[in-house]
Design a protein around this ligand. Structure first.
Ligand SMILES: [Zn+2]
Length: 464
């Protein structure tokens, strides 16, 4: 950790004893004793599972993102990152840190659980000095140490317990299926969209790391301020969509700095290595971002049309058929079937189901109540709207039958991960195990190409 004594607020007894031992030293002015103590929040995952999930996502990110492919810049980021990690409180965990440069001019950076950090060239280019870049990285590694990604996933699991249309989680605790899901397309949106509270924590921890590493601790907040000032009235940088600014961000950081005893006079700001790395990224070829959209335009390629020959799927509660060129994701009560290329990126670049069907079960308190189907369907739709604010009801629920069971059919609309609008056709049925829902998703412009397939899938459903 590199510091001889770390006395936290709230450990008064110990602090008092150390003060007594220090006898004549002015303990009252030991401002370091006041630094904010942070702890990872509630989590269903183990640290080892953070690493597994993070690694799976990192492998995919490396395949999908344009990397800088500059050994020089990667080595520089790794060296800087490890210098910061040496002063990071990981709460006893050891992570396999990796640092990658992404050839993307958007000002952003992200860290996956387990310590897989990706820094866009845009963030390096936008930083005025090494301390500012170190600030961004200290913020990112703090998300890892505070385990914010899987904390969010745990909360989503507990409060929703369903597969959100835009890629939520599959139910039932941290099962193999859930890990599999988090390791694949559904992950990004849950793992990387932090709450403002998590942002404040990462700011505070990041400031402590900067301070302890000998950097100007104001550099992180200065960088955020600069980003905000430079983009006033324009599109805010991507960084703020992944890392939403908490209220009084800069004030809170300043407060922490004074708790730490102020910015040291000899704090490091810049280095020749930073300037060299910045020159290097500025000379990298510019990679045009694929513009997602059903019209093509270099975006993700459209999935192959659904095959008319079907495979059989059996869950504990029902059997059904699906096109044999679609893949199954998840298990048992919470599954999705999607074609290759059926998974796009949502507005903040995270994986989400764009084409396919998701099926899940939501527990219901009293499945036999006369209005149980209506009430539970409404709750399901409310939950979906909550996880996807762009979602609207396009056609109110109408009564239908699914395998001869009373069912509700509702059409929703929302922003598609591949651009434009998508249609989500939701069929809900009340079963002894709870509300079973089928969500058929495709971009609005192509929905008519999928309507028949969705119909065949639903016609094939047989409850047990
Ligand atoms: Zn953040």
């Amino acid at each position: 950790m590199g510091k001889a004594i770390r006395i936290y607020a709230g450990v008064g007894g110990r602090a008092a004893r150390i003060c007594a031992a220090a006898a004549l030293l002015a303990c009252g002015s030991n401002v370091q004793a006041q630094r904010t103590q942070l702890k990872p929040g509630w989590n269903l995952f183990s640290v080892q599972q953070d690493i597994v999930v993070g690694k799976q996502n990192a492998v995919q990110a490396e395949k999908q993102l344009p990397l800088c492919n500059s050994p020089k810049v990667d080595a520089y980021l790794t060296q800087l990152g490890m210098k910061l990690v040496a002063h990071l409180d990981t709460h006893g965990a050891t992570y396999p840190w990796e640092f990658h440069c992404v050839n993307d001019r958007a000002i952003n950076a992200f860290a996956l659980p387990g310590g897989y950090v990706f820094v866009n060239r845009g963030a390096i280019e936008a930083a005025d000095n090494e301390a500012q870049l170190a600030g961004v990285m200290a913020h990112e590694i703090s998300h890892v140490a505070l385990r914010h990604g899987t904390n969010q996933a745990s909360k989503a699991q507990a409060t929703q317990g369903l597969l959100g249309i835009t890629g939520g989680l599959f139910g039932g605790g941290v099962s193999g299926a859930m890990l599999e899901q988090l390791g694949s397309f559904a992950a990004g949106g849950v793992l990387l969209r932090y709450s403002r509270n998590a942002e404040t924590q990462a700011d505070i921890s990041g400031t402590q790391v900067l301070y302890d590493s000998g950097y100007d601790p104001r550099a992180m907040a200065q960088f955020f301020e600069k980003l905000e000032a430079e983009t006033k009235g324009k599109n805010p940088p991507e960084f703020f969509s992944d890392h939403p600014s908490p209220d009084h961000r800069v004030d809170r950081v300043d407060q922490e700095i004074s708790k730490l005893g102020g910015s040291p006079a000899n704090a490091r700001k810049d280095s020749q290595e930073f300037e060299a790395a910045k020159r290097e990224v500025m000379n990298l070829p510019i990679v045009k971002k694929a513009t997602p959209g059903p019209a093509g335009g270099g975006g993700m390629s459209k999935p192959a049309p659904p095959s008319s020959s079907m495979s059989m799927y059996q869950s504990t509660g029902y059997a059904m058929k699906y096109p044999d060129n679609w893949k199954k994701y998840g298990e048992q009560d919470n599954v999705a079937f999607a074609p290759d290329g059926g998974v796009g990126n949502d507005s903040s670049g995270h994986g989400a189901l764009a084409y396919g069907i998701s099926i899940g079960t939501q527990t219901v308190q009293d499945p036999n109540a006369p209005s149980a189907l209506d009430t539970a369907t409404q709750q399901l739709i409310d939950g979906l709207k909550q996880s996807n604010p762009s979602m609207k009801v396009a056609r109110q629920a109408v009564r239908v039958r699914l395998n001869n069971q009373p069912a509700l059919s509702t059409y929703l609309g929302s922003a598609s991960p591949v651009g434009g609008q998508e249609t989500d056709w939701v069929i809900t049925v009340m079963r002894p195990e709870g509300l079973v829902y089928f969500v058929c998703t495709a971009p609005q412009a192509e929905y008519s190409n999928y309507d028949k397939t969705f119909g065949s899938i639903l016609d094939s459903v047989r409850f047990k």
